[in-house]
Design a protein around this ligand. Structure first.
Ligand code: F0G
Length: 471
């Protein structure tokens, strides 16, 4: 018999969660315009909206808050953070930012000129927004397999080197400010990039004198998949794998709210001194002094510790295991999900779940709303709504992937919570034919998924049949 394992932590403080009735959830959903981003957290039972900033900190992190040095300049806490980033990731120069998009803003402003092209392994919303705001066009160079939720591939986040070479040939290396390489790839389903692929991308870029900038937001999760799946890494520590990954890049942007195990913070790191000096100027304009960059001293203390905790082999093994605990039960129940199960989330394939809906009827948005209605579990649309509109044609971008993301916060929920989520999704799948599409009543001009409002397309105004409803 396979021995079971449990969470590698014990619980020291608890936060009660809401258990609303069906009628109360229905009201809350209507008030939120069927957009899970707009539901109040007080009305949510299990919150799988995001793994961003939702981490439970350790007792060591909470303890360190008290030692935060809140000096405006030259904070001791900043030095600890800088040292942790250098030690664990290996980059020479580090600048703090209030979160990941702060680093994206600075990098994009400094590296991009109007008309440039930024190749990347699938877009991320804020990352692409900053590239576009600075006049660049994003070009997707991820392998084709990443766009098909049914294909099993151990490194579905990999770059297609032929696609990358083609972009270089077509637009010229001088118009490519950097290649943006995400490890793991959020919107592909938390899929990793192999070490071999990272090295090949780096080698190709160096031939053409192009920088590789990592989106290192979930790099520790990526390192775990390398350890598990790539020949030669099984006996290496996560710390060693992570260092090697970073050696195939010129720098990175980081949202500390994920793998750095904190609720706020980020950084920009690099090896190029000149870029560092120019970045430091912009940090002052947008974030704050280069010794706090939008973070309080206590936040930097917590992040310095979180970075070191994140490379603990037991922590990361459990982390990926919990996501798999949710995902594999869904697969066993015949629920269509993105395969293989990725690092931070399980993604429901809303096209396959609700085949009777057209993409313009926002199937993933409708499924996320139905899941909340059924059980108070909050998830997130990652499909046509998140993809926004084409800049030139004004039409909806229509991504192949029409997904609902069930994102697991780090160290927050137990596997029992995951089981509750499975039960709700299995019940919904049985009555999937009764779930109707949505129409968009309000569409914000940028990053529309955050604030868009919808209503059901059914005649009676209900999102789904109310037979067998939960209480
Ligand atoms: N890059 C990736 C891959 C991300 O997933 C995120 C944030 C960012 C950059 C931006 O970082 O939020 O600190 O400014 N992702 C969150 C999510 C919002 O829910 O996936 P940020």
């Amino acid at each position: 018999m396979k021995r079971r394992t449990a969470e590698p932590y014990k619980i020291k403080s608890v936060e009660p969660v809401a258990m609303l009735s069906y009628e109360e959830r229905k009201q809350s959903l209507q008030q939120a315009g069927y957009n899970t981003f707009l539901i109040d957290s007080k009305d949510v039972y299990i919150d799988l909206l995001t793994d961003s900033g939702t981490t439970a900190m350790s007792d060591a992190q909470w303890g360190a808050l008290m030692t935060g040095d809140e000096a405006y300049a030259g904070s001791k806490s900043w030095r600890k953070l800088e040292e942790a980033v250098r030690d664990v990731y290996g980059f020479q120069y580090v600048l703090p930012t209030h979160q990941g998009r702060g680093a994206e803003n600075i990098l994009s402003q400094l590296k991009i000129k109007k008309g440039d092209v930024v190749p990347g392994n699938m877009y991320f919303t804020t990352t692409r927004a900053h590239q576009e705001l600075n006049g660049a066009t994003f070009v997707d160079i991820i392998i084709d397999e990443a766009h098909d939720p049914t294909i099993e591939h151990p490194f579905k986040g990999n770059v297609d080197l032929i696609k990358l070479q083609k972009v270089i040939d077509e637009v010229g290396a001088e118009n490519i400010p950097y290649v943006c390489l995400a490890v793991t790839v959020n919107l592909a389903g938390g899929q990793p990039v192999s070490m071999q692929n990272m090295k090949l991308v780096y080698d190709l870029c160096k031939i053409h004198d192009i920088d590789v900038m990592l989106d290192a937001t979930r790099c520790v999760e990526n390192a775990y998949f390398i350890k598990e799946r790539e020949a030669g890494y099984a006996n290496r520590s996560i710390a060693a794998i992570l260092k090697e990954m970073m050696s195939y890049a010129d720098g990175c942007t980081m949202s500390g709210k994920k793998d750095c195990l904190v609720n706020i913070g980020g950084f920009l790191a690099m090896n190029d001194e000149e870029l560092y000096i120019r970045s430091r100027e912009l940090v002052v304009v947008y974030e704050g002094m280069p010794s706090y960059g939008g973070m309080a001293g206590r936040d930097m203390e917590a992040m310095a510790i979180g970075i070191r905790e994140s490379i603990d082999d037991h922590y990361i093994e459990h982390r990926i295991g919990q996501v798999r605990h949710l995902g594999e039960q869904l697969i066993d129940a015949g629920i269509p999900v993105v395969k293989p199960i990725g690092g931070h989330a399980v993604f429901l394939d809303a096209r396959a779940f609700l085949p009777h809906l057209r993409q313009e009827e926002f199937p993933a948005q409708a499924l996320a709303a139905a899941l909340y209605l059924d059980s108070g579990v909050r998830s997130m649309e990652r499909g046509i709504v998140s993809a926004g509109r084409n800049k030139t044609t004004g039409q909806h971008n229509t991504p192949n992937l029409e997904l609902v993301r069930l994102t697991i916060p780090r160290r927050v929920y137990t596997n029992n919570h995951m089981d509750v989520v499975v039960d709700s999704i299995v019940d919904l799948y049985k009555k999937r034919a009764s779930i109707c599409g949505l129409k968009m009543d309000y569409e914000p001009p940028t990053l529309r998924f955050f604030n868009a409002r919808f209503s059901p397309l059914s005649e009676n105004g209900e999102l789904m049949s109310e037979t067998n409803r939960t209480s």
